[in-house]
Ligand binder design. Structure first.
Ligand SMILES: Nc1ncnc2c1ncn2[C@@H]1O[C@H](COP(=O)(O)OP(=O)(O)OP(=O)(O)O)[C@@H](O)[C@H]1O
Length: 270
């Protein structure tokens, strides 16, 4: 289960205003007279702007929620409303200005443990809370090279690559084992997303954050991928999915929760 509370993120403009205010204060303490009064006036003007228009400077405002184990949560909202920003924060890829994200796990003896994002090494956090990004980055080489790549990383060196598992998943996506030998550089956008998805799923994170995973796929493969992801989530009780999409048709029948993001504010639809 992943719980997040009171997350706030300001955009760069407001951060640069805050920083420049701090710099001006430091400089002003060494000055006096006209220049000091001028600096104070600028500072006050900036403060008035921030007070009169607080939401202009927030990408995410006081956002809280719970992703329960075994559940699929669908997140919708207008373009630019902050959905991807929230996913990146939960994955530990974007720092928050305030708030908490906490992962609850249960060991084989059913003892719960809690890990705060603030106290966990980022690489360790991302082995359990993984983001499937909108624009997949693949390396030069074959599909197989890309799928095997994570096992070179220290965080996954103790795991073994399972070729049979990949062939089974590819078959459910209408692809034969020959797909593994294709050059990643020549893949279509949709095929790149399939490789990216399998590359993450094989590592078995507890929380999977999906940023429009079916956007580049035709409707047949899109339906196949939705089934693959939902089946994957349901295969282990601790897994949970947070699914950002503009196309709810395929995934909504599997949704346990539906959230909506509007201008950085999260609300519950059900
Ligand atoms: N690191 C950042 N610093 C400042 N602004 C950012 C940053 N990342 C995103 N933004 C801005 O935050 C807003 C929300 O972006 P986000 O990518 O979360 O939108 P979205 O809801 O996922 O949209 P879409 O549905 O089109 O993918 C946008 O205006 C974007 O320009």
């Amino acid at each position: 289960m992943l719980e997040f509370k009171s997350i706030c993120i300001h955009n760069k403009r407001s951060m640069s205003v805050e920083l420049s205010q701090q710099n001006r204060s430091t400089t002003a303490s060494t000055l006096s007279g006209t220049y000091y009064r001028w600096l104070t006036k600028i500072k006050n003007n900036n403060n008035q702007e921030a007070v009169s228009a607080p939401h202009q400077h927030s990408l995410i405002s006081d956002v809280s929620g719970k992703l329960l184990s075994g559940q699929v949560t669908v997140l919708t909202g207008a373009s630019g409303s902050g959905k991807s920003v929230l996913l990146r924060v939960l994955a530990g890829l974007l720092p928050m200005d305030s708030g908490e994200v906490c992962l609850q796990s249960v060991d084989p003896l059913h003892n719960p443990s809690y890990h705060s994002i603030h106290d966990t090494v980022p690489t360790q956090w991302r082995t359990q809370v993984s983001l499937l990004a909108q624009r997949p980055q693949l390396l030069e080489g074959s599909v197989l090279d890309n799928l095997q790549m994570p096992y070179n990383l220290q965080a996954h060196q103790h795991r073994n690559f399972d070729m049979d598992w990949h062939i089974t998943q590819l078959s459910s996506l209408g692809r034969s084992a020959d797909f593994l030998q294709q050059e990643a550089n020549y893949l279509s956008g949709g095929e790149r997303q399939l490789v990216n998805t399998l590359r993450l799923l094989q590592l078995s994170p507890q929380v999977l954050l999906l940023d429009e995973p079916t956007a580049a796929l035709d409707s047949e493969v899109s339906t196949q991928l939705v089934h693959l992801l939902v089946n994957w989530a349901r295969a282990e009780t601790q897994r949970t999915l947070l699914w950002v999409t503009h196309d709810t048709q395929d995934v909504m029948p599997f949704a346990d929760q539906h959230w909506s993001m509007q201008a950085g504010v999260l609300s519950k639809v059900f």
